[in-house]
Write a protein that binds this ligand. Sequence first.
Ligand SMILES: Nc1ncnc2c1ncn2[C@@H]1O[C@H](COP(=O)(O)OP(=O)(O)OP(=O)(O)O)[C@@H](O)[C@H]1O
Length: 260
Amino acid sequence: MNEKNREIIGINGLSKTFTTQKGDQFLAVDNISLRIFKNSFTCIVGPSGCGKSTVLRIAAGLEKASAGTVHYCCSPVTKPCGEIGLVFQEYSLFPWMTVLDNVAAGPEFAGINKKKRHHDAMDYLCMVNMEEFKNAYPHELSGGMRQRVAIARALANEPDVLLMDEPFGALDAHTRILLQQELLRVWQLTRKTIVLVTHSVDEAVFLADEILVMSSRPGRIRKIIRVDMERPRSRANPKFGTLTDDILRELGNGTVKRLV
Ligand SMILES: Nc1ncnc2c1ncn2[C@@H]1O[C@H](COP(=O)(O)OP(=O)(O)OP(=O)(O)O)[C@@H](O)[C@H]1O
């Protein structure tokens, strides 16, 4: 397959200007161009406020670019579409629905019959080890469990690309490591294309094929780093530590935490 065929998301000359409450304009994202390849796992790291979420929201069609374009499989992305799924930090489950109904909500909206959507939802719940909790409500679950359900829900819409904005940011360190391992397993099983924004350089080195390092405002791509380490990756591997330190040095100002 040539490079053009492997490309699933193409971002060209993307800039975003916001208007402050005082009415001043500021450039949040400046002329970003990048390519995301099919089945790859990409992480975006950068200082707080550098525009990581903005890039993700524009790629999802939730926000308009001020300049530049985003393409999914060579078609322009101008509004949300089923091929691109999203998982946010704040779980965003429907509190009045059971776990099973939450996961089946997208297919229900798409008109899939109840038997099939519940059957498929159970498959995705099994994938994230949450099948036992199918009848529970979100308030009965821990943060890690809710995020597992949120991942199952995004997968149930059968997107090609999963955009994840700090999905583990609200979790404790131990749960975070468990969910990183689970996400890798799900990715290897489903071969989705994943783009994940994180504050944690450690998380990016553990997960990614490629790490995009952004500079502080206005956000630009400062460096693209390929992570040539076999999976499963060990944090005890000296290469892991060296790469983490290199990226932290690249970021320079200490605003990106060395979290696990
Ligand atoms: N709707 C908006 N209106 C005005 N300013 C905005 C809007 N959305 C984002 N911004 C500003 O744009 C800049 C980039 O925000 P964004 O949330 O993309 O950064 P980020 O890198 O994801 O930050 P963090 O890591 O802290 O979540 C910030 O200065 C933010 O305040």
